[in-house]
Design a protein around this ligand. Structure first.
Ligand SMILES: [Zn+2]
Length: 142
């Protein structure tokens, strides 16, 4: 697994996955974040891509589901696993609008997602380089 931070969707990395760019995928994640915002949730959106197709998506629903685990990433991982009928999400990329927390970073590693892209750091609870480096710690343990 490797982590690449996209410093906002307006900055091009010059790297594309087939014909759809990282910015395109992140734009779709941002649309989901808007859905969360419109539902008075913390505005985070997430998609999971496999073979250039979105196989899972989610946005924060902690308030509406009354569930502390209903982060965008957790919902997207469950959705993608259902789509593939497999909890192992090898060769998948996850795009999330904000740096994952420790719970979601653990789920990303445990689901074997290959690539993580996030739109901005979360200095308070980010676990992929900000307050913690949970992804790297888990990778050392695996
Ligand atoms: Zn989370």
């Amino acid at each position: 697994m490797w982590v690449r931070v996209l410093p906002g969707v307006l900055v091009s990395t010059g790297i594309q996955i087939n014909k759809i760019s990282h910015e395109d995928w992140m734009h779709r994640a941002l649309k989901l974040a808007m859905q969360a915002f419109n539902a008075d949730e913390v505005p985070v959106g997430c998609i999971i891509v496999h073979d250039n197709k979105i196989i899972g998506q989610g946005y924060n629903q902690c308030e509406s589901l009354n569930d502390a685990t209903a982060h965008a990433e957790m919902i997207a991982i469950t959705s993608a696993s259902s789509t593939l009928d497999n909890w192992r999400l090898n060769e998948c990329a996850i795009y999330v609008t904000k740096e994952p927390c420790s719970m979601c970073a653990g789920a990303i590693v445990n689901s074997r997602i290959d690539k993580l892209y996030f739109g901005c750091y979360d200095e308070e609870s980010g676990a992929c380089g900000s307050s913690l480096r949970f992804v790297e710690v888990l990778l050392l343990l695996l």
